[in-house]
Ligand binder design. Structure first.
Ligand SMILES: [Zn+2]
Ligand SMILES: [Zn+2]
Length: 738
């Protein structure tokens, strides 16, 4: 009942607004999974199981293919090949039909040789692998995530090809490895007989045959033809044709006792009561992802907008831009098991809330605060990166270092300024001496500072999936794509195993499973909002030639990657540009797909706590107010820092809203006035006369306890409140929940 009332009320509120700009978040990965592929596919049969190849296993008549279920774990089933070929299948069905084969020794190649036999991993679960039992079903098990010891059985099979049958091949499970918790390692299962072949049983279940004559023969198709996840040598994400480097995988981060410091998702510091209690009472209603939290965030944003106006300032973008970004962030949940401690179906971003505070000089600095696990919800193909970041051990060359092909959850507390602090006219207008910059690190003179080098040495912003963004250039000022350091999504993992984007995967391959995709453009008049930079400037998707009539398509982006058009305000776009860059003795010309170039077009000098993205901000007395630390809220429009007399009559949105059991109505009076504030129901009947008196000028508030003039509680629903002061009349809606 409550939900229905709320939905109705939401429609009523929305219909009042007229958007002069089209701002929307792209579909989350969960939404992508339900989107049809919508293009034909002709399988390219490769019939090999080379290390790192992405494959689809089609039984030899070409009708069915091996598919994992929605949980990715457990029994395998059969998918319909015709629907994949005709484009009727969803991205989810396609990805559940894709597997990656890995050499058994892939994580320790610096110490071991290639084994020549492979494990088979679901594309949506790189930490999972196929296992089976003699005479039993073939299943997917958790092989190596943080949670694998919790499984009843911990084992996996290794496979090789065994003979041909016409165009098809037989696939043999030649060994099984089971986990020994005493030695904490997988060991060969001595009971396993090597004479087992992949087979579709007569009841359509997937199992193993004890004799090759009973086995199913398979066509092994290149999955990149269906959804391209590859970074080809010589392509724009690897223009130097760097070969895949066989360094051993880096160890998981450890604490002082040498134990892994990766935590169980449910123990994340962002999910604890401690986090909740760190946040001021005034903001707690915004926490989480409920409809009530969204309504509270919207109400707080109204107050912030008014506070900015009262201080002679303005918000950088309209309210809808921040709400769309908040909705996008909170819409993400893990739909793949592609990092060590994630949990399928759980959220990647915990909280997005708005804070309202003044510095000690009375300057107003409101923020959007994002508490994120810094993890994408879809697969990221870290195994495939040609030359991922090394562990940075001093004195060791890259060849001797372990490299980061695994990722772990993090806890980031990111602040995006809401106030318009203005724009630079020259990159050097932004003073980064307190933070360091790529240029300062490289001892580059101020006269040579430019949009590629005068930028942060680490993060510059946050993407709409909650993952931080770095400059296009790495720490030695070479584009990460030229250095062959990033995956087909434009991401990689730093030394602490935390994800970050360096480039635009959509601009690179448009494969439909990136941060944003062409399907997001349908029915819109501007590309989707895909990020915010810490200078407060929004990032939108690339302008696409197929959507050349979109707003701003003909307005070139400047050297920072931004432009201004219509009512959008100055904003960045992802974009592609031909660049030439030197690496060693050679120079390379290629398409660079910029997500955020690096330098800040927004003036950052007055932004407090700039570039600070850790949860320690709650412990910093100067900064905690900007992340909404307990006891720091200056949310009210009535504040000691700004006791100015208002210049006009205003009726503000009530707070909280929706509410139960009480709410506060704010308004302001520029002069002493006779004031009437009355609550009406949706039929126009008077419910309660809250104020009917002479009042002095200033900011006023009155509480309503959801009772009528007789003092009786009223029912849940939508109510109107109306202020009348002389000729000034204004009405707003509010929602009582029960
Ligand atoms: Zn990086
Ligand atoms: Zn634009």
């Amino acid at each position: 009942m409550i939900k229905i009332i709320f939905a109705t009320a939401y429609l009523l509120l929305s219909s009042d607004l007229v958007f002069a700009s089209d701002v929307f978040a792209p579909k989350s990965f969960k939404g992508i999974l339900n989107t049809p592929l919508d293009r034909v596919w002709t399988p390219d049969i490769i019939n090999h199981l080379n290390n790192r190849s992405h494959i689809i296993l089609i039984e030899s008549t070409g009708t069915s293919c091996l598919q994992v279920n929605d949980a990715i774990l457990g029994n395998l089933s059969l998918g319909d090949v015709a629907s994949l070929e005709e484009g009727n299948a969803t991205y989810g069905e396609a990805l559940r039909s894709m597997f990656q084969v890995l050499d058994m020794n892939i994580s320790s190649l610096a110490d071991n040789e290639m084994s020549g036999v492979v494990t088979i991993h679901p594309e949506l679960g790189s930490y999972y692998a196929i296992d089976g039992e003699m005479d039993g079903n073939l299943v997917v098990r958790d092989k190596s995530s943080l949670y694998f010891p919790e499984q009843d059985t911990t084992a996996y099979l290794v496979f090789s090809l065994d003979g041909e049958s016409g165009d098809a091949v037989y696939i043999q499970a030649i060994a099984r490895y089971t986990y020994n918790s005493n030695t904490e390692s997988y060991e060969s299962d001595p009971n396993w007989s090597p004479y087992h072949w992949l087979k579709i049983n007569s009841n359509q279940s997937i199992g193993l045959a004890g004799d090759v004559s009973e086995a199913t023969s398979w066509l092994i198709a290149d999955a990149n033809g269906l959804i391209n996840v590859s970074v080809a040598q010589g392509g724009d994400f690897n223009p130097q044709s760097t070969t895949w480097q066989p360094n051993s995988f880096a160890a998981y981060p450890t604490n002082n006792n040498g134990e892994t410091s990766a935590w169980n998702y449910y123990d994340s510091g962002l999910k604890t009561n401690q986090f909740y209690n760190n946040v001021d009472d005034d903001y707690q209603n915004q926490l989480g992802h409920s409809e009530t939290a969204s309504a509270s965030a919207s109400a707080v944003l109204n107050i912030i907008e008014q506070n900015l106006e009262n201080n002679g300032l303005s918000m950088r973008y309209n309210k809808e831009t921040y709400i769309a970004f908040r909705d996008g962030l909170l819409g993400n949940e893990f739909q793949s098991i592609d990092l060590y401690n994630s949990v399928l179906g759980e959220r990647t971003v915990e909280h997005v809330y708005f804070t309202s505070s003044y510095d000690d000089d009375g300057e107003y600095h409101p923020f959007m605060v994002i508490a994120t696990h810094n993890a994408p919800s879809g697969p990221q193909f870290l195994i495939d990166v040609a030359r991922p970041p090394g562990d940075g051990t001093p004195g060791l060359s890259y060849d001797e270092q372990t490299v980061t092909r695994n990722a772990v959850l993090e806890q980031k507390l990111i602040k995006i300024p809401l106030r318009d602090y203005g724009l630079v006219t020259n990159v050097a207008d932004n003073d980064l001496t307190d933070y360091g910059s790529l240029a300062i690190d490289q001892n580059i003179a101020e006269s040579d500072w430019n949009v590629d080098n005068h930028t942060s040495t680490s993060s510059t912003g946050v993407a709409v999936d909650g993952v931080i963004i770095y400059p296009a250039s790495n720490n030695v000022l070479i584009y990460a794509s030229l250095a062959a350091e990033i995956t087909s999504t434009g991401i990689h993992v730093g030394r602490g195993m935390g994800f970050h984007y360096h480039a635009d995967g959509h601009g690179f391959n448009s494969n439909g499973i990136n941060l944003y995709n062409i399907s997001d453009y349908v029915g819109h008049s501007h590309p989707p909002i895909i990020g915010f930079v810490f200078d407060g400037i929004a990032i939108f998707g690339k302008h696409e030639s197929d959507y050349a009539d979109m707003d701003g398509s003909s307005d070139e982006v400047d050297e920072y990657g931004g432009h201004t058009h219509g009512d959008y305000g100055y904003h960045y776009h992802a974009y592609s540009d031909e660049v030439t860059q030197q690496a060693g003795p050679n120079s390379y010309t290629f398409q660079q797909n910029f997500l955020q170039r690096g330098a800040f077009k927004g003036l950052i000098n007055a932004i407090p706590g700039f570039l600070n993205v850790n949860t320690n901000q709650f412990m910093d007395n100067d900064i905690k107010r900007y992340v909404g630390g307990s006891g720091t809220s200056q949310l009210s429009v009535i504040n000691s820092h700004n006791p100015v007399v208002p210049s006009s009559y205003v009726l503000f949105q009530n707070f909280p809203n929706p509410f139960n059991p009480s709410t506060i109505l704010h308004y302001k009076l520029p002069q002493d006035s006779y004031v009437d504030v009355t609550i009406y129901d949706m039929l126009g009947n008077i419910v309660n006369t809250l104020v009917n008196a002479n009042q002095s000028s200033g900011y006023k508030s009155v509480q309503w306890n959801a009772t009528n003039n007789q003092g009786e509680p009223v029912s849940a629903g939508v109510y109107l409140y109306k202020i009348q002061v002389g000729d000034f009349v204004d009405t707003r809606k509010m929602i009582l929940l029960k």
